[in-house]
Ligand binder design. Structure first.
Ligand SMILES: [Zn+2]
Ligand SMILES: [Zn+2]
Length: 313
């Protein structure tokens, strides 16, 4: 499984996950043209994209979704409420203007294939298993995703004002953990943002602070080899050094020096390839959890989540 961040932050988000013949875009917060050129930088053709998965309808996540989907004949996968909200934004002209040159283009947007995946459900897309889970954000049906290829798993969490148990479970079962580390709380409180914006970001449906992200990660990280990417950093209220050093310090205190966090930059950035880690070897074994997963009619069975570390540790 190969994963490349195509950009992360309030100016746009997209991540590409590729395994065998399957290539997924997680979020499409850039124009179709920018997505195409960013994919090219990651040595992938836009024509190779199998599907786009959306976490929520905000512009920095869905801006180019419809135009890219139409141009390259790619289905959009998301909760039906998210698909509706993203479509309404296109109609209102808040999405990629390339899609809005005329009414006929709006009609063609309706030809984009919609694949509804309700929050909390699972499916397969090509050779990849996908499970969505709830996050807490001021969007209609925000979610994160666990994307699996065999035993390798990516957890993708962005835009959440608080950490909920489904997020902890998703982090606990994954090898590569991409999670928002949006702001330094003091910088935000003492910064120049208007009070209503500060309140929005700090609210339970806003964005995760460095401290909240560290708390969540420290609940799930252990001696096993894992990879952590911090994403969606605020340009005004955070820096890569602040986010990284906050987590490094907490990892040091917990005796987890083997984990080296990286930051997903606004441009094409960090990459991860399971093939370069252990060759054809399997990822580290996980201890199965005794918790039962609720049955899902159309779900692809996934191995149970590993037990999360209790919050007190
Ligand atoms: Zn958002
Ligand atoms: Zn966002």
């Amino acid at each position: 499984m190969r994963i490349v961040s195509l950009g992360s932050g309030s100016s746009g988000n997209a991540l590409v996950v590729q395994a065998g013949q399957t290539t997924l875009l997680l979020d499409a917060g850039f124009t179709a043209g920018a997505l195409r050129s960013r994919l090219k930088q990651a040595r992938l053709a836009a024509e190779s994209v199998t599907a786009i998965l959306l976490t929520h309808e905000h512009r920095d996540h869905a801006f180019g979704a419809f135009s890219f989907a139409r141009r390259f004949g790619v289905p959009l996968v998301a909760d039906p409420r998210t698909l509706d909200a993203a479509y309404q934004r296109v109609e209102r002209g808040q999405a990629d203007p390339a899609t809005l040159a005329g009414a006929w283009r709006v009609e063609r947007i309706e030809q984009v294939e919609r694949v509804e995946l309700a929050v909390g459900r699972s499916t397969t897309v090509g050779g990849l298993s996908v499970r969505s889970f709830a996050v807490s954000h001021d969007a209609v049906a925000p979610c994160g995703y666990v994307v699996s290829s065999g035993a390798w798993r990516l957890c993708y969490i962005t835009d959440s004002g608080t950490v909920m148990e489904p997020m902890i479970e998703a982090l606990a079962e994954s090898s590569l953990l991409l999670i928002e580390s949006n702001h330094d709380r003091d910088r935000l409180l003492n910064g120049s943002y208007p009070w209503h914006l500060k309140q929005r970001i700090l609210s339970p449906t806003g964005h995760l602070s460095n401290e909240q992200t560290c708390d969540a990660l420290l609940r799930v990280l252990d001696d096993a080899p894992r990879w952590v990417w911090l994403g969606h950093l605020s340009r005004a209220n955070n820096t890569p050094d602040l986010a990284r050093s906050a987590l490094r310090e907490r990892l040091r205190q917990a005796g987890l020096r083997h984990i080296e966090p990286q930051v997903s930059p606004p441009g094409v950035g960090v990459a991860w390839d399971s093939a370069s880690l252990w060759g054809s070897a399997a990822p580290p074994a996980r201890q199965p959890d005794s918790r039962e997963q609720p049955p899902q009619a159309d779900a692809v069975p996934l191995a149970p989540a590993r037990a999360a570390r209790p919050q007190s540790l």
